[in-house]
Design a protein around this ligand. Structure first.
Ligand code: NAP
Length: 482
């Protein structure tokens, strides 16, 4: 029988698992056992990376026997049924005190369910969000683990050793119990959707209104990447826009079909936010923008519909570019503010003690939304841990305030010119809604009371009221009416 030599194991050796296993093996003190359902991937990995010193196993029994106790295994398999199958198999061969980590993109409610089921066997289960794609898995991802504090004791040092490092600090923290890690990873992905769509809208305006070519816009993005917008997504956007298609010689962006795909985590964020009653409008619009792009039949049918638009002629191009930059930055602040609102609401709903500032910190490197800007979020929560909305923190309020004239020019200009800017516009509307003295919600309450006797509250008296709309139109207190 195989001697228990490995301190960590990886199950699932497709793109993510094989890179994560190599990352683990490259850190001092780690010996990594590997297992994949079909042995072929295991054989390929040991052949291609003899330097990693992997312990290859071909059955779950052999895998368990190769691990020192408490056994710790990270699963990187297809989310959903694949994950359930591997958890079932591992719980058969593991013992109480051992740790199973699901590093895949699981829905957090599945993680809550799995954690409870595995915990009943005495085995620890940790759902860990791992961001950064293939490159992050190999060189250092941002890791968002949930699970018990006991499991974190064993797991913490291992995850810290493989995580990305930002300003000397590993990008991993114990997010909270059971599904907290996967919940925060889901919100990360939702914010990523919004950030990408905002950048895309900015590009579209620079191209269609500013008359700039992709290569010129690439230079603008590269320049923006040296300021407050500095981020991985801005950086790679410049690279994408610079790329020339080898076949046609055209900018690659012009030969890519304009139908955006999605793997579902953005939709999960919006669905969860709807359940929690949190308006994540920027994220929702970004998800819907991808859906709209991927409706070729509808788009074709609507192509000839009237535009009713006006020419938007830009006289000062540099000023226009700066307006777009400011609109992008302000909208981005709203997207993050909404994302953190969802984290706060999720923490409350599921009793997770999530440190918002720590989350911003672990997103500073290794993940897709990594950005300088996240330091400002950490600072805002450090100054006021009970901050009710990120956008009200002095730094962000000033930034948005300074951007407002530009933001309004861009959104109104785009509306007049017939250019869609769903995330720019919805973020501005959200901001105006949040800061409004009075909202037309009062009228909505009146309508609800009219057709459904749903009652309303008054601004000048305590209690709950209902109006007899079709009778003498007098108002009665609902509490009295019982
Ligand atoms: P994947 O394509 O999602 O899954 C393939 C792996 O799952 C293979 O190793 C496959 O084994 C295994 N598998 C599927 N069903 C199984 C079952 N019933 N029993 C045992 N193993 C099973 O792989 P991936 O792209 O590397 O992603 C792994 C996880 O990381 C996923 O949850 C994904 O959502 C998440 N993730 C991916 C990225 C990314 O950029 N790709 C980023 C973050 C997170 P066989 O080889 O035997 O078929």
């Amino acid at each position: 029988m195989t001697q228990p030599q490995a301190n960590i194991g990886v199950v699932g050796l497709a793109v993510m698992g094989s890179n994560l296993a190599r990352n683990l093996a490259s850190r001092e003190g780690n010996t990594v056992a590997i297992f994949n359902r079909s042995y072929e991937k295991t054989a390929t990995l040991i052949e291609q990376h003899p330097e990693a010193g992997f312990i290859a196993t071909s059955t779950y029994e052999e895998f368990a026997a190769s691990l020192q106790k408490p056994r710790t295994a990270i699963i990187m398999v297809q989310a959903g049924r694949g994950t359930d199958a591997v958890i079932d198999a591992l719980t058969q061969v593991f013992e109480p005190g051992d740790i199973i980590v699901d590093g895949g993109n699981a829905l957090f409610t599945d993680t809550i369910r799995r954690e409870a089921a595995v915990r009943s066997t005495g085995i620890n289960f940790v759902g860990a969000g791992i961001s950064g794609g293939e490159e992050g898995a190999l060189n250092g991802p941002s890791i968002m683990p949930g699970g018990s504090a006991e499991a974190w004791q064993t797991l913490g040092p291992i995850l810290r050793s493989i995580a990305a490092v930002a300003e000397g600090e590993p990008c991993v923290t114990h997010v909270g119990t059971d599904g907290a890690g996967h919940f925060v990873k889901m919100i990360h992905n939702g914010i990523e959707y919004a950030d990408m769509q905002l950048i895309a809208e900015g590009y579209d305006l620079l191209r269609r209104v500013g008359g700039l070519e992709p290569a010129e816009i690439a230079e603008i993005f590269a320049e923006w990447n040296t300021g407050e917008l500095e981020s991985y997504l801005i950086e790679i956007t410049a690279e994408v826009l610079r790329q020339v298609d080898a076949t046609t010689g055209k900018p690659l962006v012009d030969v890519i079909l304009d139908q955006a795909g999605a793997k579902g985590t953005g939709a999960w964020t919006v669905q969860s936010a709807l359940d929690l009653g949190v308006p994540v409008s920027g994220i929702a619009e970004a998800v819907f923008a991808r859906s709209l792009s991927s409706k070729p039949a509808q788009r074709l049918a609507a192509r000839g519909l009237p535009a009713g638009s006006e020419e938007w002629s830009v006289t000062d191009r540099a000023a226009f570019v700066e307006d777009v930059r400011r609109a992008l930055y302000a909208s981005k602040i709203i997207a993050y503010s909404q994302g953190f609102d969802a984290i706060v609401a999720g923490a409350e709903q599921y009793s997770w003690d999530i440190k918002k500032g720590e989350i911003a910190k672990i997103w500073r490197a290794g993940c897709i939304i990594r950005a300088q800007f996240l330091n400002r979020i950490t600072e805002a929560y450090a100054e006021d841990p009970e901050l009710v909305a990120l956008v009200t923190a002095p730094y962000f309020a000033d930034a948005v305030g300074g951007a407002l004239p530009a933001w309004r020019r861009v959104v109104s200009g785009a509306a007049l010119a017939g250019i869609p800017t769903p995330t720019f516009a919805s973020s501005l509307s959200y901001y105006d809604g949040l800061r409004a003295d009075r909202l037309p919600a009062a009228l909505v309450q009146g309508q609800r009371d009219f057709f459904g006797a749903h009652t309303y509250k008054r601004v000048d008296q305590e209690g709950t009221f209902h109006t007899l709309w079709s009778g003498d139109r007098s108002e009665i207190s609902a509490t009295d009416a019982h």
